[in-house]
Design a protein around this ligand. Structure first.
Ligand SMILES: NC(=O)c1ccc[n+]([C@@H]2O[C@H](COP(=O)([O-])OP(=O)(O)OC[C@H]3O[C@@H](n4cnc5c(N)ncnc54)[C@H](OP(=O)(O)O)[C@@H]3O)[C@@H](O)[C@H]2O)c1
Length: 289
């Protein structure tokens, strides 16, 4: 059995750690804020280390679940000296261009890297119902398959490095636009004089455009309880990645670009750390009373 080390015990990383520990695969953990690593270690009896290079030395497979490009880049650069013969699986949602560049650096030093971002919330990870989208060398995919299936029940291989991330961004482009549109439609209904429950019924039960996302996010919009499932700052980050990639790909993305502006305004209103369904507040506050 490969020894797995996990870097990043945030909302998602913590749950990934739990699934790996339950499967008996987790050897060691690291988190920048050491208290979270100590907490995990106490809870699941898994040792923690105080730097990523130490973790990499003790692991065959290194999993990272971090916030963004700069977090992943800084961690990967600190483990390059010990990456030879190891497999790095980055599950963060970052720029495919940055990820492809890091994969080349890892490969130049004798290691292998995969991008393996996740569709789904922390709750879906807990029940292993999240989806893992994989990009990287097909001939090495078998080496990480069992570990990924220990994390979630659906694992889909999309192609070479970066392709898992592009697949994830396809999802988040639609998700970002869709939840902004939910906020706009909800506010339109309220302004028309419909009751909250009536608008929610249309969007969650009667609409031909209803979806698992309307079921998940409408209750938050109605109750104005934006307890975080997926933070506004992360959705803003993903739409910014899409915006940058679209220039390289020459893809026209007017809906994603305009939705991005609403998430930026939500952050300016103080909702950066809260759930991205808080984008609905922008429509309420921008509409004249
Ligand atoms: N939450 C979701 O529902 C969800 C769903 C799908 C995908 N994702 C993606 O998964 C990734 C993680 O999301 P999350 O919700 O777990 O985020 P999170 O709770 O904010 O956790 C971020 C993790 O990254 C670490 N980190 C940040 N900057 C760092 C740096 N410079 N060096 C080292 N470590 C650093 C944090 O360490 P500290 O504890 O020290 O801050 C923490 O462990 C993101 O790319 C997100 O877009 C999230």
């Amino acid at each position: 059995m490969p020894k797995v080390g996990l870097i990043g015990l945030g909302v998602m990383g913590y749950r990934i750690g739990i699934n790996l520990a339950k499967a008996g695969l987790l050897e060691v953990v690291y988190n920048r804020t050491i208290d979270k690593a100590k907490q995990f270690s106490n809870e699941f009896n898994i040792p923690y280390v105080e730097n990523p290079a130490e973790l990499a030395k003790r692991s065959d497979i290194i999993i990272t679940m971090l916030s963004d490009d700069s977090a992943v880049s800084s961690v990967v650069l600190t483990i390059l000296d010990v990456i030879k013969g190891k497999v790095l699986v980055d599950m963060s949602t970052i720029s495919p261009t940055v990820s492809i560049d890091l994969a080349k650096k890892v490969s130049d030093r004798g290691g292998v890297m995969f991008d393996a971002p996740v569709i789904g919330t922390s709750v879906m990870l807990e029940s292993k119902k999240a989806v893992i989208l994989v990009g990287g060398p097909s001939e090495k995919f078998n080496e990480i398959k069992d570990v990924l299936y220990a994390i979630s029940n659906t694992v889909v291989y999309f192609g070479e490095n970066g392709m898992g991330l592009y697949a994830k961004l396809v999802n988040n482009l639609l998700l970002g636009v869709y939840v902004a549109a939910l906020g706009e439609a909800y506010n339109f209904g309220i302004k028309a004089g419909l009751k909250k429950e009536q608008v929610a019924k249309v969007l969650m039960e009667l609409s031909s455009a209803r979806s698992p996302t309307s079921e998940l996010k409408l209750p938050k919009i109605v109750s104005e309880d934006y307890t975080t499932q997926f933070a506004t700052k992360h959705m803003r980050k993903d739409l910014e990645i899409i915006e940058r990639e679209s220039q390289k790909l020459r893809a026209v993305i007017p809906l994603a670009v305009s939705s991005l502006q609403f998430y930026k305004i939500a952050e300016a209103l103080g909702y950066s750390e809260q759930d991205f369904a808080s984008v609905a507040e922008v429509f309420k506050r921008l509409s004249p009373r």
